[in-house]
Design a binder for this molecule. Structure first.
Ligand code: SAM
Length: 267
């Protein structure tokens, strides 16, 4: 008999799988995270000249702190008050130089903590896609900004992992890749929540073809293994790998920079 889970149980079961995946591989995350590092650098650079109002700041799904490190390079004056580091995974937070020994894990599916009301700057890189309702959380994040506050975000979106989807369809097995939100839906959620978009760009990154096994191994070493599908049986996995096309693995990454309109008369 198959157990039927409520939406809350399914959400917390998925968060638990995300946590286990990243927790087990916390030591190998950064050596594997070249794409995440380069996107963090771009986001940090986008923050260089932003006029920030008063208010708290946070890195949402901060992991080991790549994005906040990039921010510090581009905005050294923020070193005195680094962004709050929120993440589900204590093993990654333990490696994060900004998290501090008392940082406790936070599940962003619950929304943001009250301390982030009226935020001056909310940053997030490669994390929103792991949440149950990315567009809904994006709208929630936008609504927590102070007037004149900024949301600076990157995440992989629908269109990524075409090689994996092609392999699954040719092998007639379920595709266990994480379903990714559509860029248009996220941009719409941000503007409907009242953000003025200052930058909305989709970038394409590719990893040279190395075959299905190397791709899945790379994702495992990143810790990015949680799936919303049950795992494939051994025979299904063999079929998937046998049908993997000789094409690069592609990430379509949305970069978004938006501002909550400043109060009348403010800069
Ligand atoms: C690919 S890592 C990105 C980490 C970091 N932002 C970076 O660019 O290196 C995804 C991060 O999202 C976090 N995450 C996933 N689901 C989460 C949730 N529900 N609440 C908080 N953090 C979550 C993971 O623990 C992990 O640290």
């Amino acid at each position: 008999m198959t157990a039927v889970l409520s939406a809350d149980e399914a959400s917390s079961a998925f968060s638990q799988r995300v946590l286990t995946g990243f927790g087990r591989q916390a030591a190998s995350y950064e050596p594997q995270a070249r794409l995440q590092q380069s996107v963090a650098w771009r986001l940090g650079r986008l923050c260089r000249d932003l006029p920030l109002p008063a208010g708290p700041s946070a890195d949402l799904g901060a992991g080991s702190g790549l994005l906040s490190r990039a921010l510090q390079v581009h905005r050294p004056e923020l070193a005195q008050a680094p962004p709050l580091q929120l993440d589900l995974c204590p093993e990654l937070l333990a490696r994060n130089p900004f998290a501090g020994p008392t940082a406790s894990p936070w599940d962003l599916n619950q929304g943001l903590p009250p301390a982030l009301s009226g935020a001056a700057l909310l940053l997030s890189s490669f994390a929103l896609q792991w949440l149950d309702d990315p567009a809904g959380q994006l709208a929630h994040w936008s609504g927590r900004l102070a007037p004149g506050g900024w949301l600076v975000l990157a995440l992989p979106v629908a269109g990524s992992f075409a090689a994996w989807q092609a392999a699954a369809s040719a092998a007639a097995v379920p595709c266990t890749a994480l379903p990714l939100p559509r860029a248009e839906a996220l941009l719409e959620a941000a503007t409907s929540a009242g953000l003025e978009l200052r930058h909305g760009q989709q970038l394409r990154f590719s990893r040279p073809h190395q075959g299905g096994l190397a791709t899945l191994r790379h994702l495992r070493l990143l810790g990015a293994t949680a799936s919303r599908q049950p795992p494939l049986a051994a025979g299904q996995l063999r079929r998937l790998l046998a049908h993997w096309p000789s094409a690069p693995l592609r990430w379509d990454v949305l970069l978004l920079l938006g501002r909550r309109p400043a109060a009348a008369g403010a800069p």
